[in-house]
Design a protein around this ligand. Structure first.
Ligand SMILES: [Fe+2]
Length: 251
């Protein structure tokens, strides 16, 4: 029976015909070849661009580890600030928010590396060596520690941009610049301001630290004057001046 006769008889014979198909045509062979090629291929290799090489991935893993170490250190500062012996809940909120941001950044970057065809490379996270002095309550050292942590993050972001630039990975450069560099610059300045403020109010022991803590608490852990540090605030001042001169479109 020819395949044509089988196909015209019944469903049963049709199945037999399909099983006894003639040798695959050239097109069929090609299709099977492509399917095998794709099935055997490493999809991470397929989506990864040449610029996203081992150096770039290592730089990302190191930054993820730094963010996680910073998260641990900020958690310790937050926990110490909440102790009954210290009772600075505004500072605790500030450190808690910083810790959360570090964790969010670590998760974001890890996910980004996977999106680019990379892998997660977890590294050890040592316990932070930070101890809050409570006799007397020391407001300066915790903020100094926080500033060092934030500055290290900022510098590592710059290193990450540098590695991305050296390898011409413009996509990573864009991510680091748009998501990380701007806000880390802001955090460093804000903590520098806060350190100066804590030192100022600590000169004469009294109500200073108490009021500063209350202010931080009222602002849910945000540094109250942070908006004045934004470069955009200069635009705003100029706009207001232009408006008062009757030239709102001048800026
Ligand atoms: Fe961060």
């Amino acid at each position: 029976m020819t395949p044509l006769q089988a196909s015209s008889s019944s469903f049963h014979t049709l199945v037999i015909r399909n099983v006894n198909m003639p040798e695959p045509t050239h097109g069929g062979e090609m299709a099977r070849k492509y399917i095998k090629e794709v099935s055997d291929a490493n999809m991470d290799d397929c989506i990864r661009s040449a610029s996203f090489n081992a150096d770039v991935q290592e730089a990302i893993s190191k930054h993820v580890n730094l963010e996680l170490r910073s998260w641990y250190a900020f958690k310790k500062l937050a926990a110490d600030s909440s102790r009954a012996d210290v009772n600075l809940h505004g500072f605790a909120l500030l450190f808690e928010k910083s810790a959360l941001e570090c964790l969010a950044d670590a998760c974001y970057l890890e996910k980004y590396a996977i999106q680019r065809g990379g892998k997660a490379h977890p590294m050890d996270i040592p316990a932070p060596k930070i101890e809050y002095s409570t006799h007397p309550i020391d407001g300066i050292r915790p903020i100094q520690d926080a500033l060092h942590i934030q500055k290290a993050i900022f510098e590592d972001c710059q290193r990450l941009t540098e590695v991305a630039g050296q390898n011409k990975d413009y996509a990573l450069m864009d991510v680091v610049e748009s998501r990380f560099l701007c806000k880390e610059t802001k955090h460093v300045k804000d903590l520098g301001d806060l350190l100066r403020e804590v030192a100022r109010v600590s000169k004469n022991p009294g109500h200073g630290l108490f009021h500063l803590d209350k202010e931080l608490l009222k602002n849910k852990g945000r540094i109250p004057w942070t908006c004045h540090n934004l470069p955009e605030s200069a635009d705003l001042v100029l706009k207001e001046m232009a408006c008062s001169l009757g030239e709102p479109s001048a800026i």
